[in-house]
Ligand binder design. Structure first.
Ligand SMILES: Cc1ncc(COP(=O)(O)O)c(C=O)c1O
Length: 388
């Protein structure tokens, strides 16, 4: 190992520590307020059984790329099922949401195209934009009004793409999808929507915010992760036939990678059945968010919950955010601090991820613990979040 490289990396690590940005790996412990298992499906016996049975039947690994010997009927079946659920002509399964975002952006956007990407988009979208050969423009968060002039300025006569999350992963707010759809109709831009935190949770049938907004899911391309509310792993790209056909031919993360274990597809079939048959899980999730709001209000904490199950508690400073998370963990609540580059500098936060399995008493205990953390750990810096 060259000493020069080791020295440089040591300096880099030291700078991360000095800035309060060092990360550590910590296994789950305590009440889950940080996972993306919003509906509690990851441990549902029907889902785990389907996976175990599939391993027993078909083995642990897929043994090759889907275009070679890795193809299995379970992949085709779960893709048909997901497309029907989403209301699209087709769907294609990828081994992760990160790779699905890289795949969509690098395959569909070409040199001389222009991508308009929301300022708060997830790193996987940012990386997809950067890896594509297209030019790009970052637009202010959810600023739909800025888009038509920007498109006229930067991409007249060119293919434009508007890229956004539907439910933002770190702020819990919702993109103006209907507005984007009309800009696309007016300008010919294509809409790419990452439904990572909305699929399974939003919409009457649970298929996401495109459904909730009443938009035609074939009029855009959506990326729907399967490792969050669906409780398993991977992601479905959903949309019109031509897009999926093309991804199979050209998406490098799909082509040049071993297919995921087929048992994951079997588990996802079970998970999609539950989402279809048990809409009460979504209702319960919404009721958990309302309960959290009541409990926080009762403690005088001015933290707005809603419009979704992701509730940011912005603290600002990196070290203080970690101290607050540590204090909550010490009281048995698995809350994690989110720091740059996951969020913009100066907005480090606790990201509360509400899930349908939380009961009233636990939520009330958590609100009391959070109020206590504000009074003790964060007392040194007056916070506008504690009222009265
Ligand atoms: C908005 C968004 N898109 C994509 C991803 C990546 O999905 P996956 O975890 O399946 O790679 C995430 C997960 O962190 C996400 O929050």
């Amino acid at each position: 190992m060259p000493d020069a490289l080791a020295g440089r990396i040591w300096d880099r690590l030291q700078s991360l520590k000095d800035a309060g940005l060092e990360r550590s790996l910590r296994a789950p412990s305590g009440v889950d307020l940080s996972s993306n298992d919003y509906l509690g499906l990851s441990a549902d016996p029907r889902v785990t059984r389907a996976m175990i049975d599939a391993v027993a039947r078909g083995g642990a690994g897929s043994t090759g790329s889907r275009l070679l010997r890795g193809e299995r009927t379970a992949f085709a079946e779960v893709e048909r099922k997901f497309a029907a659920f989403k209301g699209t002509e087709r769907a294609l399964y990828f081994s992760s949401g990160y790779l699905a975002n890289l795949a969509v952006l690098t395959a569909l956007a070409e040199k001389d195209d222009v991508i308009f990407s929301d300022a708060l988009n997830h790193a996987s979208l940012i990386d997809g934009v950067r890896l594509s050969h297209a030019d790009y423009v970052i637009f202010s968060h959810s600023d739909v009004a800025s888009l038509e002039p920007l498109i006229a300025q930067h991409s007249a006569e060119k293919q434009a793409f508007i890229v956004t999350e539907s439910l933002f992963s770190m702020d819990g707010d919702i993109a103006p999808l209907t507005g984007y759809a009309s800009v696309c109709r007016a300008t010919g831009a294509a809409l790419i929507v990452d439904e990572a935190h909305a699929v399974g949770v939003r919409g009457r049938r649970g298929s996401g915010l495109l459904e909730e907004a009443g938009l035609d899911p074939n009029s855009c391309i959506s990326i729907n992760t399967a490792g969050k509310a669906l409780g398993v792993s991977g992601a479905f790209v959903a949309g019109p036939e031509w897009a999926i056909d093309y991804l199979i031919q050209r998406a490098r993360p799909f082509i040049f990678s071993t297919a995921p274990p087929p048992s994951i597809a079997s588990a996802l079939i079970a998970s999609l059945d539950i989402i279809d048959q048990e809409p009460e899980r979504r209702t319960r999730l919404a009721s958990r968010v309302s309960r959290l709001q009541q409990a926080l209000d009762a403690h005088g904490l001015a933290i707005p919950c809603g419009p979704s199950h992701i509730v940011p508690v912005v603290i600002g400073d990196n070290t203080r955010a970690v101290a607050a998370a540590d204090a909550l963990q010490a009281q048995g609540f698995d809350v994690r601090a989110i720091r740059p580059p996951s969020v913009p500098a100066g907005t480090s936060r606790l990201r509360l991820a509400v899930n349908a399995m939380l009961d009233d008493a636990t939520i009330d205990r958590f609100a009391a613990a959070l109020a206590n953390v504000f009074r003790t750990v964060l007392l040194a810096s007056p916070s506008s979040m504690v009222e009265g």
